[in-house]
Design a protein around this ligand. Structure first.
Ligand SMILES: Cc1ncc(COP(=O)(O)O)c(C=O)c1O
Length: 363
């Protein structure tokens, strides 16, 4: 019965030309989230090959609340908290699981979740799973957020934002958001997945670069983007992490991160602490891209708007046929009419690659 249902659904998608397919990516990387080149860093790969010799365990063997909690996890969490200037850190297997579990358990039916309309699907999925009521406010629109807070001023509100938006590449007005939160006694949760390694001199993200650590209930950082590995952590108070250990289902009911992954993460954190040059290089490349494309971009994520799906597909094919790797992004990942090619500039893109791509975009 499922077979027939699934075939029908797939057929409908296919007729609308909306069928998703797995593709192998090749060509010069202008699409991955490997902002600082860590995922393919020869140093990190060699370091891993050496350290892996002394590995004494593969899998963690269980949930963090059962056999899966080992010293290595706790040491890594303490290190992450220190680096990102947080009282505590709690590691999750992925940012997606973290966000769903966090949002699901943070608020009860008496609360209200206020999400920026461009929040990542994982925050939205968490809001859907939560008993709290949820409402969107217009992207980065502080007047609209204020209206929402006024309307729900008798309820406990949680404001959910990204610091660097994953598809539009723009930055949240976090100081204003925090000010509004203080005025209305609301809490703020910030997803810094794309800001780590990108914002701030040391790449510690927007919250730290603005000195707002103590004003934010929780910061989400992920390890699969600039840090080049996988997994994620919530940064926050001891009370928050204790609460999650007790109530967050996506923390409780899953196998803890494996030792090879922790090893890779620790090597990546070593490199991260001395990555100023790569961060500087990334910003030089963003400036070069901006200058030669004629647009002012604030981040490595460049939404090349095409408005239609067909145009996004056609243009991405043209760009990729010239030796690059870019991907078209469609609705429902972005709103209909806001289809685009998501270009990502990295620290390791060369000047000539950037010039070739911007010239092609203009032609
Ligand atoms: C803003 C944002 N948050 C969370 C996630 C999920 O993180 P992960 O890839 O670790 O599951 C992503 C992934 O793309 C993201 O872009």
């Amino acid at each position: 019965m499922f077979e027939a249902y699934a075939q029908e659904q797939l057929m409908k998608k296919s007729q609308k030309d909306y069928l998703r397919k797995l593709k192998l990516s090749s060509g010069i990387d202008f699409s991955s989230n490997d902002y600082l080149g860590f995922a393919r860093s020869e140093d990190l790969i060699s370091d891993f090959k050496v350290k892996v010799q002394s590995l004494t365990q593969m899998g963690s063997t269980g949930s963090r609340l059962l056999s899966g909690n080992q010293e290595y996890h706790q040491e890594t969490e303490a290190r992450v908290a220190r680096i990102f200037r947080s009282e505590k850190a709690l590691i999750f297997s992925s940012g997606y699981l973290l966000n769903i579990g966090l949002i699901q358990c943070i608020a009860d039916e008496s609360c209200v979740l206020l999400l920026d309309e461009l929040c990542h699907n994982s925050f939205i999925a968490g809001a859907k799973a939560s008993k709290a009521k949820s409402f969107y406010f217009k992207h980065n629109d502080m007047n609209h957020l204020r209206e929402r807070l006024i309307r729900h001023s008798n309820e406990k509100c949680f404001i959910l934002v990204e610091s660097l938006y994953s598809m539009d590449g723009d930055i949240a007005p976090l100081r204003d958001i925090v000010q509004l939160a203080e005025e209305f006694n609301a809490e703020v949760l910030v997803d810094e997945a794309h800001a780590i390694g990108v914002i701030g001199e040391n790449g510690l993200g927007l919250v730290t670069s603005l000195g707002l650590e103590d004003k934010i209930l929780g910061r989400v950082i992920t390890f699969g983007k600039a840090l080049g590995v996988e997994g994620a952590a919530i940064l926050g108070s001891e009370t928050l992490t204790k609460y999650l250990i007790n109530f967050c289902q996506t923390f409780i009911y899953t196998t803890a991160l494996s030792h090879p992954l922790l090893l890779m993460l620790n090597s990546s954190l070593d490199k991260f602490s001395r990555s100023r040059k790569e961060i500087q290089r990334l910003h030089e490349n963003i400036a070069l891209f901006s200058k030669n494309s004629g647009f002012k971009y604030a981040s490595p994520i460049i939404p090349w708007m095409t408005e239609t799906r067909e145009k996004a597909i056609g243009l991405s094919e043209l760009v990729n046929n010239n030796g690059f790797s870019v991907f078209p992004i469609f609705s429902p990942t972005v709103q209909k009419g806001k289809e685009r090619i998501r270009i990502v500039v990295h620290s390791h893109n060369t000047e000539s690659e950037i010039l070739r791509l911007t010239t092609l975009m203009k032609s």
